[in-house]
Ligand binder design. Structure first.
Ligand code: CA
Length: 235
């Protein structure tokens, strides 16, 4: 295995921290741990980890506060851990500069995928550049051709409208990462677009009708309830 990445796990619940540490260590990562905000800040500074997994509910400091102060001087990828019911916390964390989040309870495959995606972002500068350089994004039967601005499923052009294409292209450029409703709406319809998600939902329903075999059980674009959408990781 190549040079190991160091992952800082900032989590006060010992069960969860140990679970994550075991999985990551078994997959070749070096793990360091912090159990409160003060320790987290100290370890980010002294150990310069490659990635931070941050529980938003640490006992001494607000998770948002930690993200904000780390972002003041570091571009380290931050993966937030949060309970399923706290959608607003997740959106806030993403707005403050977290890269992604993972919802408790989560499984091994999901944790490893989120970690991989966040680390890849760090090494390609941005997923967008990566995808745009190769000119296309592929995931199973789905192909997004950025040069021709077209989307194919199993080789067939699915004829998206301009806005539908823009949504799919943006999600593909950041495949594996969640993009919030606000970010998508403002990227597609401009900074003055309202906060209403309805127009995005309508577009997404049409996109799914065109690209998914069963729109109710999507394979390519997943809904992150109350937060946004995520494209499956490409090849
Ligand atoms: Ca906690």
């Amino acid at each position: 295995m190549k040079c190991p990445y160091t992952v800082l796990i900032a989590e006060d619940e010992n069960n969860i921290a140990s679970f994550m540490a075991t999985i990551l260590t078994a997959n070749g990562y070096q793990v360091i741990r912090a159990k409160d905000g003060a320790e987290t800040m100290m370890m980010v500074t002294s150990h310069c980890p490659d990635l931070m997994i941050l529980d938003l509910g640490l006992p001494d400091m607000d998770g948002g506060q930690i993200i904000q102060s780390v972002r003041g001087w570091s571009q380290i990828p931050i993966l937030v851990v949060s309970a399923r019911t706290h959608e607003r916390d997740k959106v806030e964390a993403l707005d403050l500069g977290a890269d992604d989040y993972i919802t408790k309870p989560f499984g091994t495959a999901e944790l490893l995928a989120r970690v991989r995606t966040a680390l890849r972002r760090m090494h390609t500068n941005s997923g967008a550049q990566d995808a745009l350089q190769t000119g296309r994004f592929t995931c199973g039967g789905l192909t997004v051709d950025f040069d021709r601005r077209r989307v194919f499923v199993d080789g067939n052009d699915v004829h998206l409208t301009q806005n539908e294409y823009k949504i799919v292209a943006l999600l593909a450029a950041y495949a594996g990462r969640v993009l919030t409703y606000d970010l998508l709406i403002h990227s597609i319809w401009g900074p003055n677009a309202g906060e209403d998600n309805q127009i995005l939902r309508v577009n997404m329903a049409n996109i799914r009708r065109k690209i998914e075999k069963n729109p109710a059980e999507p394979h390519y674009i997943f809904t992150e309830m109350g937060v946004g959408y995520r494209m499956a990781e490409g090849e």
